[in-house]
Write a protein that binds this ligand. Structure first.
Ligand SMILES: [Zn+2]
Length: 79
């Protein structure tokens, strides 16, 4: 069964997509730290903003705003 990463929304279909290759985890390999715990909001915001800068060519501030909007939709960051 496919799961959606709670922190970035990425579909996780294969064990390799999951943090530590563990399908019981609710977040993906991109949202995990080296030790297998989930990244903090600030860490994820930073990496997502950098990704948006690379892929969409936005400036850093616009990318951070866009990342905040995306993250607000995801279960891990809903207040
Ligand atoms: Zn993720």
């Amino acid at each position: 069964m496919m799961k959606i990463c709670i922190a970035c929304g990425m579909p996780m279909e294969n064990p390799a997509d999951f943090a530590m290759g563990d399908p019981d985890k609710d977040f993906c390999v991109h949202c995990a730290r080296q030790d297998g715990t989930m990244q903090s909001y600030e860490e994820k915001l930073d990496s997502l903003a950098n990704f948006i800068v690379r892929t969409q060519g936005l400036d850093k501030q616009a990318a951070r705003d866009a990342a905040k909007g995306m993250m607000a939709q995801l279960p891990a960051w809903k207040k």
